[in-house]
Design a protein around this ligand. Sequence first.
Ligand code: GTP
Ligand code: MN
Ligand code: MN
Length: 611
Amino acid sequence: MTMLATRTTPPLNHRNPEIADWVDDIARLTTPDEVVWVDGSTAEWDRLTKEMVAQGTLIRLNPEWRPNSFLARSDPADVARVEDRTFICSVDPDDAGPTNNWRDPSIMRLELSELFSHSMRGRTMYVIPFSMGPIGGALSQFGVQITDSPYVVASMALMTRMGDAALEAITPGTPWVPALHSVGAPLVDDDGVRHDDSAWPNNENKYICHFPESREIWSFGSGYGGNALLGKKCFALRIASVMARDEGWMAEHMLIVRVTSPENRVFHLAAAFPSACGKTNLAMLAPTIPGWKVETIGDDIAWMRPGPDGRLRAINPERGFFGVAPGTGLSTNPVATKTIWGNTIFTNVALRDDGDVWWEGLTDTPPAHATDWAGNDWTPASGTRAAHPNGRFTVAADQCPTIADDWNSPDGVVIDAILFGGRRPSTVPLVSQARTWQQGVFMGATMASETTAAATGEVGVLRHDPFAMLPFTGYNMADYFAHWIAMGERLGENAPAIFSVNWFRTDADGRFIWPGFSENARVIEWIVGRLEGDLAARATPIGGLPLAHELNLDGLSLDVDEIRGIIDLDKTAWRREAAEIADYFGTFDETRFPIELRRELERLTRELGPE
Ligand code: GTP
Ligand code: MN
Ligand code: MN
């Protein structure tokens, strides 16, 4: 018997026997020592974090610098999303499409039942009722995650609305997504022998499985981020994208911001960039140009649905940020550095000797000595990185100094413009505006970006990442493109304007030409100028481009010729791009692929003309 006030029977059990039955089934399958229904209280957070510190999973940071904050070091083999172990288990493989790994759902279920059998032996099984989006909101959805990782519980407490308030709202008949997670490291083996726990239990055999027809998630073997916090990528993107297709809305890998111009005109932008390509940074932008204000609503995921007035409304389904730490510093993202003043879980960053955290880019001068993310002694002379490139901070959104007062509004905000962007060292200009919704969908569908450390695999390789959703669309990508076309038809005149942006053009030495970060406000100023109808654009085959003198470059010490180079159409590069896009479109099933996108490609090719 434990001395702690844990609950082994569901509170409010009577309200939803369906949840209680599922929890019982899973407990019978995974055979944990005890079952704890998470309530979401501060006392629970204190208890869990204390237990994890005692166990070695968390290191308490010096409260003088970072109150109520912790560092976790993962297993070096469990540091990012595992895309090659992520599966869409639709009945028909064509419904998963050419961009997803598919497994037969009945075979996968058998395999998973074996993996999960006794997988929690010796551990505590936590039940986390949660809501994505404000509880009870029209655009929100419920889920219940079961996990044997207290780190996941604490992270879900920061990232979602969870606990008693969510459970109470999931009345019988209310849809909820079952999301099962185990680190896959039982503490008691088949012979009944008990093992010591490790600081970061996981299993080298990882499975991140989604059942789109029954809207279920089964995740095994990883304790990290998108693999384990199932409300985020697994639910809010992969499963939600399927719901959105079926129900006429959109689940997107997008930040949401409110921009106020010096004339006090208010606009809302949503932007899709691939993982580690600048969403969190843009969401917290501190504009350098006078009179502009940017407020944060979301930094990673947007759920969007046409409202009663026919305009597209968006909510951020999350309650916190799971942000990339390296590169986040006072000069690049001062807002994020203020957000993480305390109450933050850091994962895979360096520990300073004074008990605070550090990572590359946090300060210009590294500490003389630190402990690196893997727990080794580190000095600037070590020649290695102190923080893992995918080291993260997890923090509640309401700590963000620029969070919008009404970011919690269940009705969301009306989206005026959608931005698409990626890491493109060449070809794609700083900004261009789609002539039509269809050309905007073409921009989204043809997005490509250099790979980053946010997923395992090689870094810096250019790959197609349509709508920044390549790893996150829970169904056939060609159907997803068609869904975007259909949403545009439904929105008609109310459809948001669409822009393509690229902060990542490089010079001959591989240096970024555009200063980026806070200076991206200048591009936003141009976009707002277009929305207001104040600024002109040069019509080109790839959309409307800024006139050089209308882009505000005041106070930037920049090579003007270089800037002209990145805002212009590079016809030679685009002819190559168009040919490459034709090959790419050829990888999709012709019968599912929207004709509108083929027409856009034909038009682009024709307008670019021959060499
Ligand atoms: P996920 O949270 O993984 O979906 O990624 P994200 O899109 O939120 O990426 P984030 O904003 O955390 O940025 C990731 C990396 O891009 C960091 O290393 C940043 O320093 C870098 N970055 C962000 N914005 C800019 C920019 O405007 N210019 C340049 N050069 N780098 C940027
Ligand atoms: Mn993301
Ligand atoms: Mn982010």
